[in-house]
Design a protein around this ligand. Sequence first.
Ligand SMILES: NC(=O)c1ccc[n+]([C@@H]2O[C@H](COP(=O)([O-])OP(=O)(O)OC[C@H]3O[C@@H](n4cnc5c(N)ncnc54)[C@H](OP(=O)(O)O)[C@@H]3O)[C@@H](O)[C@H]2O)c1
Length: 349
Amino acid sequence: MDLSSLFWVSRLDRKRPRRQVKRSIFVPSLVNGEGIFFAISSHGDNKMGKLKIGFIGAGTVGTALAVRLKRQGYDIAAVTSRSLSSARRLNEMTGDVVVYNTPQEVADHTDLVFITTTDDAIQLIVDAVRWHQGKYVVHCSGADSLDVLEPARMVGAQVGSFHPLQTFASIQKAIDNLSGSTFALEAEGALLEQLKELALSLEGRWIKLDAGDKAAYHAAAVITSNYLVTLVKLATDLWGSFGIPADQAIQALLPLLKGTLNNIENLSVPNALTGPIARGDIGTVQIHLNTLKETAPAIIPAYCQLGLQTIPVALAKGKINENQAKELEDILHQTLKTFSERDEKCVQC
Ligand SMILES: NC(=O)c1ccc[n+]([C@@H]2O[C@H](COP(=O)([O-])OP(=O)(O)OC[C@H]3O[C@@H](n4cnc5c(N)ncnc54)[C@H](OP(=O)(O)O)[C@@H]3O)[C@@H](O)[C@H]2O)c1
């Protein structure tokens, strides 16, 4: 028998301080297929437990990571930020963190440096610091690849990225929402293992990205999060056309949004899809287009493009046939064509 099928190693208690975290093995009973967990070791010898961690940039993500990692027993040793007040706030919320004036001092006094500045500042910081062999240097940007950390890598530092796939509107929200988030990791070797440990300690999951995956990964995050906000804005604007103010519209649309997310979570895509395209109600789509031409012509291209992307989902759900799909495609393509020709004429006139 393949022994790997007998052991499932899992983390039992991620809320305990780091040094008390236990590993367990799950041993299935050969009699009834069930099994029990055994704690097998503590992590007192784990390198991450002894690492000094520093933060350059004490904003939302840096502060939230520092607070949550400190709670897990990690040694958050140093911080600096553009303004002293932000660095001091991180120290007040975390405790026992030395506030330094410069990124260089944080780099010199720690083993693992998180650069949690705005994306645009990462390169400036990396270029300005003298890095040393053996350091771990990590950024949290979803958009930047590891290329921005090249000056550190060139002198022998191990570089990586640790991107929480989450939206953090404030430090407190970030502290709460880190749990359950997925962390996209770009790193190799020992640093990759350390970052996996960190993600699990934060009660998150992790995925590993290869070089070149980052842009597509980040575009997906933008579509899921940012463009959802834009879609809600378009919807509330439409409610404005029949006299309902945005705050009331949001109140009315939120249960619909939450219901949809709930369906995605429980039924998955494509079964979560409802509405005229999922049903093949071609007449309803035509009524929408006629109305939008009058009330909100600017959003017709977005409506048509999203509709075209929705047709394969409806087909996958199995509620429409190829003929209905073709008819829907024709209407949406034709409307798009009419609009782009109209726009071209406007540019010429
Ligand atoms: N917020 C999110 O939802 C989210 C989600 C995933 C990943 N991220 C990533 O996390 C990183 C941090 O984002 P954030 O939302 O935490 O940004 P943020 O709240 O704006 O914080 C950025 C911090 O960087 C500091 N900073 C800017 N320029 C600096 C410089 N030249 N030297 C030192 N410190 C500097 C600022 O310092 P002062 O306050 O001192 O001026 C600020 O506190 C970014 O790479 C972002 O892409 C963010």
